[in-house]
Design a protein around this ligand. Structure first.
Ligand code: RUQ
Ligand code: CUA
Length: 654
């Protein structure tokens, strides 16, 4: 079934370059906004935004929290990268969050946040987000806006078709971008074809606390699994993955993986495979991967190295996996709110291919097959096709949906968002983006019940849209009003990192549950000092533990003596405040780590290894009161050979 894709790659590149230059020069002048755009995004001082948008940072590894429609940035939640501002990955409590089977990995590339769902609707409990580079999935708790779990995905590489949730958050799914040898071993790259495998991992979610565990990994043919979405409604129980490189090329993919006229969307009946595994099916295979959990009671993360996963081969579960031919190297794989339509965004194409779930089931029942790949039946293209959105633009990447039966697709090459009608496939509207849009996001767009008020376009290139800042210009998003027949551009706003994708949700699904502080009485940190009476300094060889408190506006103790060069000093600092929005910080001169930023009721720890004799200061880093600048102290460091006893005090200088 292989046909040659006729457009030459050279032509494609030419198109790309030409189009983007063209946009820079010509579309700027048509970008004048309707006069009421400013009103529509204006959120008056003291007022709240209507939606939260959780926008991934791509190579920043983090998740940023914005308000819509204002585009104001509220917080950067550290997920896969160390963040000195919040001590994430720097303090002793959170280092374990970044542990992997490769050791401590303090950075990653985060793409696809997805909010947990109940009955197909956003429930506002958690955001799950993937790390591509060292495959991981994280869970962010939306009561605290903290990363509370990271699980590594073994036998995977470039964890890109992740991390999307099923309609009751039964599963979070993680598909591999790169096929690799499974198990990993020393072999020639040239033996890729037929030997490398693509793993699709299904992570079961504990309904009580959102925790993930790898239920099974499906070992698929050696394609690249690019994106995925769950079925919903009638197609609940299925998961769909776009593939490229069905050629199984291992080099010069820009040419060699663009040969086939069609690649596939893989349809996986996960319920069927789950049943198989529940009945003892699959094979337990040794696989090392870290599972890191942050415990709110002791404010500390622990990392556990897991040892095996259950793997399933497609041939073990006949009737659970099918391939839907889809032109051309599809990127996004999106399912409409009803669950009937599966949209393949063929990035080397001008058309959008939409498959029908009903027709797919029918084709399966009637065995309308067009060959097979490694034993997996390929369904006949015509028999699963619902329709084609013709000549909608160039380079379709991703589609989201509103609540009125429309799809909105991003076109990277022609730099635009195109609105089209589900069922009739007619193009209704198009608006330029500035420039080269990747994902678009409609709040709830990956659920049965989208909130079709705004669309957010996340752009790859901004060029002349902002004040220049050296060779790199800010990354950016653009907001459109989609309530009318025609889309209206409202706002440009800069983003942290490269915004790959976002998850949006009405604010009132989050705000009532937002935590204000940690109760001191519930603090189970082993080194917590819950009052000034609990503070102390203890020595064990050259290890010294300082149990310190902080409250407006002093540390207790604030004078410490008896520390020696060569000591390893652990500062365990508890914030005694029980008021909303009163964190304190602490930093020590010469400490080879970040500050701590300790929330009310919380204990955090940093390590200081003094290298020089002297009297060294520490201070509060967060402007916490009128006497913030008085919130400071000293540590006396004596030579390694000295016999000065440990002593500590507060308020004893007169
Ligand atoms: S994507 S390249 Cu979601 Cu289009 Cu990562
Ligand atoms: Cu505490 Cu500033």
């Amino acid at each position: 079934m292989k046909q040659i894709f006729k457009i030459s790659v050279g032509f494609l590149m030419l198109t790309l370059t030409f189009t983007s230059c063209n946009n820079v020069k010509s579309t700027k002048s048509n970008s004048a906004l309707g006069t009421n755009a400013a009103e529509k995004v204006y959120v008056a001082p003291g007022e709240y935004d209507e939606f939260y948008a959780f926008i991934s940072g791509g190579f920043s590894g983090q998740l940023s929290v914005y308000g819509l429609p204002s585009g104001r940035l509220f917080k950067v939640i550290p997920v896969f990268s160390q963040d000195a501002e919040k001590a994430y990955g720097y303090n002793e409590e959170t280092k374990a969050m970044l542990n992997t089977s490769h050791g401590f990995v303090p950075w990653d590339d985060a793409h696809h946040p997805d909010i947990s769902q109940t009955n197909g609707k956003l429930d506002g409990r958690y955001v799950y987000i993937n790390a591509n580079n060292t495959p991981r999935i994280a869970k962010v708790d939306l009561t605290t806006f903290e990363t509370t779990e990271i699980i590594e995905i073994p036998n995977s590489a470039g964890n890109h078709s992740s991390s999307f949730v099923t309609e009751n958050t039964e599963y979070v799914v993680a598909g591999t971008r790169f096929s690799v040898p499974i198990p990993q071993r020393d072999m020639s790259i040239k033996d890729y074809k037929g030997n490398f495998k693509g793993s699709l991992s299904f992570l079961k979610v504990n309904p009580e606390n959102g925790e993930m565990s790898i239920k099974f990994q499906l070992l698929m043919p050696g394609f690249d699994y690019d994106l995925s979405h769950p079925g919903r409604g009638k197609s609940h129980g299925w998961f769909f993955f776009s593939t490229y490189n069905s050629e199984e090329a291992n080099s010069l993919l820009e040419v060699n993986a663009s040969q086939n006229d069609k690649d596939f969307i893989a349809a996986i009946n996960w319920k069927k495979i789950e049943d198989y595994v529940n009945n003892g099916g699959g094979t337990k295979v040794p696989s090392k991967y870290a599972h890191n959990i942050y415990n709110e009671e002791d404010h500390t993360a622990t990392s556990k190295m897991m040892q095996e996963v259950v793997q399933v081969k497609p041939s073990e579960v006949p009737g659970a996996i099918f391939l839907l031919p889809t032109p051309k190297s599809p990127h996004g794989c999106d399912v409409d709110p009803s669950g009937e339509y599966i949209v393949g965004n063929g990035k080397l194409s001008a058309n959008l291919t939409v498959h029908s779930f009903t027709k797919m089931l029918d084709a399966i029942d009637n065995k309308k097959f067009d060959g097979e790949a490694y034993g997996i039946p390929i369904l006949k293209f015509e028999d699963v096709l619902a329709g084609v959105v013709e000549q909608a633009g160039l380079g379709p990447l991703h589609t989201e949906f509103d609540d009125k039966g429309n799809g909105y697709t991003s076109f990277f090459i022609s730099s635009e968002v195109v609105k089209w009608k589900l069922g009739t496939w007619e193009v209704l509207d198009r608006k330029p983006t500035f420039y080269s849009v990747g994902h678009v996001m409609i709040p709830g767009g990956n659920s049965a019940a989208p909130f079709g008020k705004y669309l957010l376009a996340m752009n790859k290139i901004t060029k002349d849209r902002y004040l220049p800042t050296g060779p790199e210009v800010t990354q950016s998003a653009q907001l459109y009003d989609i309530t009318g027949d025609k889309m209206e551009m409202l706002l440009d706003f800069p983003t942290v990192g490269e915004p790959h994708y976002a998850a949006g949700i009405p604010a009132d699904l989050i705000t009532p549950k937002s935590r204000k502080l940690y109760k001191l009485e519930n603090n189970k940190h082993p080194y917590a000092a819950k009052s000034d009476a609990d503070t102390k300094v203890t020595r064990n060889g050259n290890e010294v533990h300082v149990q310190m408190t902080m409250i407006r506006s002093h540390f207790s103790p604030d004078n410490i003596e008896g520390i020696k060069v060569g000591d390893k000093v652990y500062f365990h600092v508890t914030n005694l405040e029980q008021d909303y929005d009163v964190p304190h910080g602490i930093a020590m001169i010469g400490a080879n780590t970040s500050e701590l930023l300790v929330m009310p009721g919380q204990t955090e720890t940093f390590v200081w290894e003094p290298k020089q004799v002297g009297v060294w200061p520490f201070y509060c880093t967060d402007f916490c009161s009128a006497l913030h600048q008085e919130m400071q102290g000293y540590v006396r460091v004596s030579p390694a050979s000295s016999n000065i006893d440990l002593s500590w005090s507060l308020g004893e200088d007169f």
